[in-house]
Ligand binder design. Structure first.
Ligand code: MRU
Length: 359
């Protein structure tokens, strides 16, 4: 992705250090954070220094690789160490399937090594391959999805499913990027996405850096614009897709999908293969993360002195509830844009995608 005219990825590894774009500081301050061990990987994911399902998956993959690379001891002890590392990283956030996919991918490529030296090499190679594959998948999502976008389209997106939520390109923002690179005239309605404001802070930042015309709207304004016939298509990302096509994504996605159906607007979900959970039969079984109530009770912004301010926006004694994701039932989803094409959001579509007979 372009930031200040330079190309960046959201996460990468240099030697035994993982580097991340520090997302809570954006759009006000651009900083790269270094992550040195698996406890720091756990914290970076939990505190959302890195967030977005595919970016979490790649960070976890690098985290396992780093733990193997830095391991000192005999091969027998490595297995025990890996189990401890995996358990800790996997406990950072519960909803995004990519987290577990990234951990399993590097672990499975490493676990049968004959020597510790071989394990180190295999782990780092597997993590690099995982991240590169993730970028390739997002590019393909962009190519397939951009065919849905006609000239002069106005597009609604929720949260940030952009390059910052992946290793690069994004999922929901990939078709938008490609349509823009192909000189289509488009306009993006960006839901602000309370309480963490991934739309207002991150999606608008990414679109601005690439001069893609957009406006941030309050979350509760989307229905108004849909009724005004101002929105031609909705494209969102996903944190986990169940085998029946139900989708977990950022809180507020469900209501946008219902409103889109009510207004006859196509509603698409864009996701790489790592987001599908074939072992999960329906959205009801997807664990939904409940985050700290302070994210709702307070707001963090940038003051005129060029610094961050945290301010209370509610009475001192009020409590809050803060589910981070919701489930959009498959019946509200027009199609899922994948690296292998656009599929129906149902068992048949997902079966064909993964070439499996039964789910
Ligand atoms: O809580 P977040 O910021 O990690 O949630 C991110 C989302 O819900 C995204 O839409 C999803 O992960 C897809 S990212 C390509």
């Amino acid at each position: 992705m372009l930031i200040q005219g330079q190309n960046y990825k959201t996460v990468w590894m240099e030697g035994n250090i993982i580097k991340l774009i520090n997302q809570p500081l954006l759009p006000h301050r651009f900083e790269i954070t270094e992550v040195h061990n698996y406890e720091e990987v756990y914290l970076a994911i939990k505190t959302m220094v890195v967030r977005g399902a595919p970016a979490i998956g790649a960070t976890a993959a690098y985290g396992v690789a780093q733990a193997v690379y830095d391991f000192q001891g005999p091969l027998k002890a490595l297995k025990h160490h890996l189990a401890k590392v995996n358990k800790r990283i996997a406990s950072s956030r519960p909803t995004a399937q990519d987290l577990f996919h990234g951990i399993a991918n590097v672990t499975n490529s490493t676990i049968n090594s004959k020597t510790v030296k071989e394990a180190k090499k295999k782990a780092v190679e597997a993590a690099e391959e995982y991240a590169n594959n993730s970028v390739e998948e997002c590019k393909k999502i962009g190519e397939h999805g951009s065919k849905l976008i006609k000239n002069n389209f106005k597009i609604l997106t929720h949260c940030n499913a952009g390059a910052l939520a992946t290793v690069d390109y994004g999922t929901a923002l990939a078709p938008i990027r490609i349509a823009h690179y192909n000189s289509k005239k488009i306009f993006i309605y960006v839901d602000e996405t309370r309480p963490r404001l991934q739309g207002a802070r991150l999606t608008s930042f990414e679109l601005g850096e690439e001069n893609i015309p957009h406006a941030i709207i309050a979350d509760n304004a989307a229905g108004y614009y849909m009724r005004q016939k101002e929105i031609d298509i909705c494209i969102v990302g996903a944190d986990r897709i169940a085998a029946n096509g139900d989708v977990a994504n950022k809180i507020g996605t469900y209501e946008k999908a219902v409103l889109a159906k009510e207004n006859d607007i196509p509603f698409y979900v864009a996701a790489p293969l790592s987001t599908f959970d074939l072992n999960c039969s329906s959205g009801n079984k997807i664990p939904i993360e409940e985050r700290d109530q302070s994210e709702v009770l307070f707001s963090i912004g940038w003051n005129d002195n060029g610094d961050f301010n945290k301010v209370r926006i509610s009475p001192e004694n009020s409590k809050a509830k803060n589910p981070a994701f919701d489930i959009t039932p498959a019946r509200y989803i027009t199609g899922i844009i994948t690296p292998k094409g656009i599929i129906n959001a149902n068992k048949q579509g997902i079966r064909k995608l993964f070439c499996v007979e039964r789910l």
